[in-house]
Design a protein around this ligand. Structure first.
Ligand SMILES: [Zn+2]
Length: 329
């Protein structure tokens, strides 16, 4: 099984290397290939369901990618190494992160939060359909999709060769997010390496047509789902506050994405942040809030199933994973 390693060299436009099929990324990103370490199944449908009042929240594994050190910004080498060693990870190896999608069930309403990488983010993501099938859910049963942002590891799964993957779903996107990634002038002024991100967003907008619904800031989407403005990773990056009675959870998207680094060092960002400074401020404020209010959080790239709490630790934070058997449906 080839392993996707995402590093800064993938931000350079190059025709060299063994590119994999990524129709929406064109040739802008090239994913390194490594031989498999062991003959284990490439992917098995992997899901985890948790209750939230009368709502269930299912974390669905779309796959994973490996995140190279050179994509981390605002963190020096010594702090990087110490943080990874503290997490019992090898600082010489890329950080492996999952890509998760969340399915919220409320009666007949099936809401997806993001859609994974589809075929747009390399060979180790794009397993959403298989995991949905294992749950007995077909794409046309999804009634709405709420996007945290439009990066390809979140939006790639919205579209396939035949256009929109989810034939009946309303697609909710922050208005600043959609405007940024579909603006022709912004796209043409952007570096070549991120041009595919813009192309994907335009493809999504065109495929979903009048099913695209924009929201702004904190919007009540109904069914206990309220959006939260969490800008910085992207201009319109959004979280979701889920509530059912007294039960609450926040899906934070990529506001904290690298568990080994960004709780211990909240100012550390990633090269994909549109505004790493704003992203750091957003992250600190969010982590302080969920710590003070003791709200459970879920994140796209937090260790699967990526649900837990946040603990204050001096000027920083620590990730406290939830015992997933204690809360399963
Ligand atoms: Zn992401």
């Amino acid at each position: 099984m080839p392993v996707t390693v995402l590093s800064r060299r993938h931000l350079m436009l190059t025709a060299a290397g063994a590119a994999v099929a990524m129709p929406f990324l064109g040739r802008g990103l090239v994913f390194a290939q490594e031989p498999a370490a062991a003959a284990i199944p490439a992917f098995l449908p992997t899901v985890h369901t948790r209750t939230l009042g009368n709502t269930t929240v299912t974390t669905i594994a779309d796959g994973h990618f490996d995140f190279a050190k050179d994509l981390v910004v605002n963190l020096d080498d010594a702090a990087y190494g110490a943080a990874l060693r503290a997490a019992y990870l090898d600082p010489e190896q890329p950080i492996r992160v999952p890509v998760s999608v969340h399915l919220i069930r409320q009666g007949d309403q099936l809401t997806l939060v993001d859609a994974g990488g589809g075929s747009a983010f390399g060979p180790t993501t794009g397993h959403l359909a298989a995991s949905l099938a294992a749950l007995g859910v077909t794409p046309d049963q999804i009634t709405r999709i709420v996007m945290t942002h439009l990066h390809p590891d979140h939006a790639g799964g919205l579209v396939g060769d035949a256009g929109a993957v989810f034939a009946n779903a309303a697609l909710h996107v922050n208005e600043d997010e959609l405007a940024f990634w579909t603006d022709e002038a912004t796209a043409s002024a952007a570096p070549a390496d991120v041009q595919p991100f813009f192309a994907l967003a335009r493809g999504v907008r065109d495929a979903y047509g009048d099913r695209v619904q924009t929201f702004a800031g904190e919007a009540d989407l109904g069914g206990g789902v309220t959006t939260m403005a969490l800008p910085g990773h992207t201009p319109g990056h959004s979280g979701l506050r889920l509530s059912d009675g007294d039960a609450q959870m926040i899906i934070l998207g990529d506001a904290a994405a690298l568990a080994a680094l960004q709780f211990r060092h909240p100012d550390a960002g990633v090269a994909f942040d549109t505004d790493a400074g704003q992203a750091a401020t957003t992250r600190r404020n969010l982590l302080q809030m969920v710590t003070a209010d003791r709200i459970a959080v879920a994140g796209t790239h937090l260790p699967f199933p990526g649900i837990g709490h946040v603990e204050a630790r001096g000027d920083a934070f620590a990730w406290v994973p939830e015992d997933w058997f204690a809360t399963r449906a």
